[in-house]
Design a protein around this ligand. Structure first.
Ligand code: TLP
Length: 342
């Protein structure tokens, strides 16, 4: 039985068209600035997101960490929602790489208010210098929550007024854009820097980008080298990312519809708690009757892979993506029903 894999949208395999684009990519040594495919990708993404410049990097984690390195000095503080990826899943990079202190703000599914940001900024010399506001759209631990554009604008504005630099962790910004029916640039143009990933919902095997002003990206190039992220004939993977940007954005609507359908099916099962109305993009946070470790083992034995969400002892995260079809959703519901009965 082939497992249906809802652990993350990072698990996708390149499609035949993507593999062809990668195999045929024109390449050169990118540390000499000679890789034409990486250049094309960077220009295309900068144009799509309304930023002056972009830099291809190996991962979303590195894109976020470069942003912290760009904006902060030793001893500064970065404000972000408490459950944000930069605090939870980047191996302590905020403090370990840059000597920066986290200022975690409690949010509602990852969203903050302008008042909260204003109140959190510290101005006395005894406290760390509040320096960067980092927001995440969609919000991962918020269950794929989309930042409503006007609220995002107001929060960024509050940060800017208080003298903070602003960063958007847009690992799944294209999911937000498709779900809200707005261009990705609507959010991206508001912050100083933006990180986007090609290896999540867009289905590329590797790669992310950091975007900002020409000056920021020039300095980002130095930080990428320092972190060991400058690569040579990188066009091979940049071609997969470029293919993803050109072919896999609009189809994210299918993943969102699959997530909603999965939630609606699960909501009918006894003892399973999920609110289908809360599913905005490609993620579901579901409470099962068993503790998540036990439940995940049971699901796996029945051919359904998922992960703990971190939201509570019974909470599981399921993520839809390019390699989960509409038939897989029906089959997954049958298997989950069986797992709960068995
Ligand atoms: N998220 C992964 C795990 O790290 C949790 C996932 O499976 O969702 N920002 C956000 C909002 C992310 O969700 C992720 C990946 C990243 C950054 C980091 O991207 P990578 O894995 O490319 O370093």
């Amino acid at each position: 039985m082939k497992p249906i894999d809802f652990r993350s949208d990072t698990v996708t395999r390149p499609t035949p068209g993507m593999r062809r684009a990668m195999a045929e990519a024109e390449v050169g040594d990118d540390i000499y600035g000679e890789d034409p495919t990486a250049r094309r990708l960077e220009e295309r993404v900068a144009e799509l997101l309304g930023k002056e410049a972009a830099l291809f990097v190996p991962s979303g984690t590195q894109a976020n960490q470069i942003a912290i390195g760009l904006h902060c000095r030793l001893g500064d503080e970065v404000l972000a929602e408490a459950a944000s990826h930069i605090f939870h899943y980047e191996s302590g990079g905020v403090s370990g790489l840059w000597g920066v202190q986290p200022a975690p703000l409690p949010g509602e599914r990852g969203l903050l208010t302008p008042e909260q940001v204003t109140a959190a900024v510290r101005t006395d010399f005894i406290s760390p210098r509040s320096r960067l506001l980092s927001l995440e759209n969609t919000h991962n631990r918020g269950g794929g929550k989309v930042w409503p554009l006007e609220r995002f604008r107001a929060v960024v504005e509050a940060g800017r007024k208080a003298g903070l630099a602003t960063h958007l962790d847009g690992a799944r910004l294209f999911n937000a854009a498709v779900a809200a029916g707005q261009p990705a640039s609507a959010w991206a143009s508001l912050t100083d820097t933006v990180a986007v990933c090609f290896s999540k919902g867009l289905g590329a095997p590797v790669g992310s980008a950091i975007l900002g002003s020409k000056e920021h990206i020039q300095e980002a190039r130095r930080l990428r080298k320092r972190l060991g992220g400058a690569m040579r004939q990188v066009g091979i993977i940049a071609a997969g990312a470029l293919y993803a940007v050109e072919h896999h954005v609009e189809r994210l609507a299918e993943d969102h519809a699959h997530a909603r359908r999965l939630a609606a099916g699960l909501a009918e099962l006894a003892g399973v708690k999920v609110d289908p109305a809360s599913v905005e993009t490609n993620m579901l946070i579901v409470d099962f009757p068993l503790p998540s470790g036990e439940m995940l083992a049971k699901l796996s034995a029945h051919g359904v892979l998922a992960g703990a969400s971190g939201a509570g002892p019974h909470s599981v995260r399921l993520v839809t993506h390019l390699d989960v079809s509409s038939a897989d959703i029906d089959e997954a519901l049958t298997r989950i029903r069986r797992a709960l009965a068995g």
